[in-house]
Design a protein around this ligand. Structure first.
Ligand SMILES: CCCCCCC/C=C/C(=O)SCCNC(=O)CCNC(=O)[C@H](O)C(C)(C)COP(=O)(O)OP(=O)(O)OC[C@H]1O[C@@H](n2cnc3c(N)ncnc32)[C@H](O)[C@@H]1OP(=O)(O)O
Ligand SMILES: NC(=O)C1=CN([C@@H]2O[C@H](COP(=O)(O)OP(=O)(O)OC[C@H]3O[C@@H](n4cnc5c(N)ncnc54)[C@H](OP(=O)(O)O)[C@@H]3O)[C@@H](O)[C@H]2O)C=CC1
Length: 260
């Protein structure tokens, strides 16, 4: 899928995409790279990041693979210090890294609940704060896009992720207030079911039952998420901040989660 945006839209900018070595994050990195950004892809597994970076570089993009654990504040701060010292200081941040496991709320252990909140909420906050501190200290504008989940009607079987991502939706609004005066916009995209290898963690029949209830009866593609991220990160969205854009084939209207 070719991007509809101008090829030099992000020329001269650096985009940092967490979880950029796989799935949706990889598609976002590729789209932003095709639109002229230098791209940092960051996650825990350096081997996966390096092979993703090789693919993108072979396509003519400038890409850096960088290790980070977004759950660990020290690791996050070390990443931003490294990017600044190596000339890859980001103008755009895409908080895409995340995930969860399915479990009835009654069976979740405190540690299991905490792990998912740590990853999706605390991790997103830590990355956003480190990014904004760096931008604001240098009086430079910026843009953040958070990837959440379709959660309008609750997500039975994923209470931890539903709570954590709802936290990110409100964090998106709150940070957009606090950082607007510094020229930093904060928005989010809420995907429904998107065809990636990440879905191997979920029951295929349940996923299909959810798809069958959608107005647009198919899974989304990572590239469709990437185009929305490109729009929100770009000057075309310069008067948009604090929103969460559903990108879900209509799931936010239907409650398509099959466990309901
Ligand atoms: C039918 C539904 C519709 C589905 C729509 C799907 C739409 C969304 C798709 C996606 O999000 S795609 C992303 C794909 N990737 C993932 O989702 C995988 C992400 N998971 C993880 O990264 C990890 O599992 C974790 C959740 C972050 C936990 O990582 P951590 O390394 O901290 O785990 P542990 O130290 O092993 O365990 C901590 C704690 O959590 C409990 N736990 C972990 N996994 C499970 C599990 N599968 N089932 C139950 N419990 C789990 C684990 O037992 C630990 O708790 P205690 O035992 O210590 O009490
Ligand atoms: N696919 C779908 O249907 C949907 C996905 N989403 C969300 O979109 C995002 C991408 O999902 P998708 O591409 O499908 O799945 P992936 O499993 O491919 O993506 C998850 C990415 O997050 C990275 N990650 C996980 N934990 C950490 C961590 N502690 N620190 C840094 N990076 C981490 C992983 O890399 P590594 O393990 O190397 O660290 C991986 O690259 C996730 O937040 C997911 O929840 C939302 C709605 C629907």
């Amino acid at each position: 899928m070719m991007s509809i945006f101008a090829k030099d839209l992000f020329k001269g900018q650096v985009a940092l995409v967490t979880g950029g070595g796989t799935g949706i994050g990889f598609a976002i990195a590729r789209t932003l790279g095709q639109l002229g950004a230098r791209v940092v892809i960051a996650a825990r597994a350096l081997d996966k990041l390096e092979s993703a970076a090789e693919q993108l570089t072979a396509g003519g993009m400038a890409v850096l693979a960088a290790e980070v654990n977004i759950r660990d504040a020290e690791s996050v701060n070390a990443l931003f210090a490294r990017l600044e010292s190596e000339g890859w200081q980001p103008d755009l941040l895409v908080n895409n890294a995340g995930g969860q496991f399915t479990s009835p709320a009654l069976s979740m252990s405190p540690n299991g609940f905490r792990a998912v909140v740590d990853l999706n909420l605390q991790g997103t906050f830590q990355m956003s704060q480190a990014f904004a501190r760096q931008r604001i200290s240098q009086a430079r504008p910026g843009s953040i896009v958070n990837i959440v989940l379709c959660l309008e009607q609750g997500i039975p079987g994923m209470a931890h992720a539903a709570a954590a991502r709802a936290g990110v939706v409100n964090l998106t609004k709150t940070l957009s207030w606090e950082w607007a005066e510094h020229g930093i916009r904060v928005n989010a995209v809420a995907p429904g079911t998107i065809a990636t290898s990440g879905l191997e963690n979920y029951d295929a029949d349940n996923l299909q039952a959810g798809i069958d209830r959608l107005p647009i009866r198919r899974m989304g593609q990572s590239e469709e998420v990437a185009e929305a991220v490109a729009y929100l990160a770009s000057p075309a969205a310069s008067f948009i901040t604090g929103i969460t854009l559903p990108l879900d084939g209509g799931e936010h209207m239907t409650g398509a989660n099959p466990q309901r």
